[in-house]
Design a protein around this ligand. Structure first.
Ligand code: OGA
Ligand code: NI
Length: 346
């Protein structure tokens, strides 16, 4: 995984439906942006300009020099693999169905990111780690949805500490990144700060088994979707398989770039910016012939954050494209659309 430099070629036992082929493009389609100015290095104005362009043009970029240590990321992968390798009966102990706030393990097919196309759900399993709030926290006592304690697989010593350490680090990186987004939108850097206290941030390690035989849109690792939230910071291993749909409809590869996070816009940010920043479709097809792992981190603000057209995103004569909502309501709507168990519980 880490340390390997080449992407696996597709085994010749796989037949890929024509709609799943990508245009062969140079890597420059998705820009690589040095984000060290988030941590005080010079060049902030240039970085903001690059982020602004990437968010307006394709909605994706690779962030390098982000400051999160490779050793830490490697430990998170190791713990994720340790969990996913357990027998079902063990994983069942922390199944997401037992959680009051959407935390824990979801089985293969448990999430369906393209319900219109896929009957069986995505060919992946995952684990949701969120903000770990105790049962006596005022918001938990008040029954605010999606707020509460994590489920931890305490039968795996050390697992919790590794995940929590990474989670905390990613919340900090997300906070800084959102400041750069505010600048890129012509707002004050701390514009979003009032809504970044009790963020609804989620770390969701994923495991994709290899796709086999004839591969069609009827079941992909992750069906074509846009992310629900504000912004996503994704670490992918060296398997490849992430594809991004450009604004002109052409699908291109987003291959692994060592030392980077793939950063992309989610629907909430698209709503906030009235589409100035676009949340682009993407999908995952694991054609590597082996297990693929990834670490998406979804950065979402406070449950009560209003999500309505930002003052700098409406040109004279334009009207907002989306009805105002809140971050919490928006997330609940999206989770209900892609997780059957959650919809049935509601
Ligand atoms: C997601 C997603 C990509 C990946 O979970 O929303 O797009 O590489 N993941 O796992
Ligand atoms: Ni996604």
């Amino acid at each position: 995984m880490l340390g390997e430099t080449s992407i696996r070629a597709m085994p010749d036992t796989i037949q890929l439906a024509p709609s799943l082929r990508t245009a062969q493009m140079p890597l420059t389609q998705i820009p690589i942006i040095d984000v060290s100015p988030l941590r005080g290095a010079p060049g902030k104005a240039e970085m903001v300009e690059q982020i602004s362009r990437a968010c307006r043009e394709i909605g994706f970029f690779y962030a390098v020099n982000h400051g999160v240590k490779e050793e830490m990321i490697a430990r998170v992968y190791a713990e994720a693999k340790r969990f996913f390798a357990l027998p079902e009966a063990e994983k069942e102990k922390v199944a997401i169905e037992h959680s009051s706030c959407h935390r824990g393990w979801f089985r293969m097919g448990g999430e369906n990111l393209a319900p219109a196309k896929q009957a069986q759900g995505d060919l992946k399993e995952g684990y949701k780690v969120g903000r770990d709030l105790p049962l006596d926290h005022p918001r938990v006592l008040a029954g605010v949805p999606l707020h509460g304690p994590n489920q931890w697989p305490d039968f795996l010593p050390g697992w919790r500490e590794v995940m929590q350490g990474y989670y905390d680090e990613m919340v900090e990186l997300g906070r800084k990144m959102i400041g750069a987004f505010a600048l890129a939108l012509g707002l004050d850097e701390d514009f979003f700060a009032p809504w970044l206290g009790i963020t609804m941030t989620t770390l969701g390690p994923l495991h994709y088994p290899p796709q086999k035989g004839r591969v069609t849109e009827a079941q992909l690792g992750a069906g074509a979707h846009t992310d629900y939230g504000c912004l996503t910071l994704l670490h992918q291993d060296m398997s490849g398989g992430l594809q991004v749909r450009r604004r002109d409809g052409v699908w291109i590869d987003a291959p692994p770039v060592p030392g980077s996070f793939v950063v992309n816009i989610g629907d909430m940010m698209e709503r906030w910016t009235n589409g100035v920043f676009q949340s682009n479709q993407h999908r995952v097809i694991n054609l590597s012939g082996r297990e693929r792992y990834s670490l998406p981190f979804f950065f979402d603000p406070d449950f009560y954050a209003p999500v309505e057209c930002l003052p700098t995103c409406l040109r004279p004569g334009e009207t907002p494209k989306y009805k105002p909502t809140t971050a919490g309501q928006h997330l609940l709507d999206m989770i209900n659309a892609s997780f059957c168990y959650h919809r049935e519980k509601a």
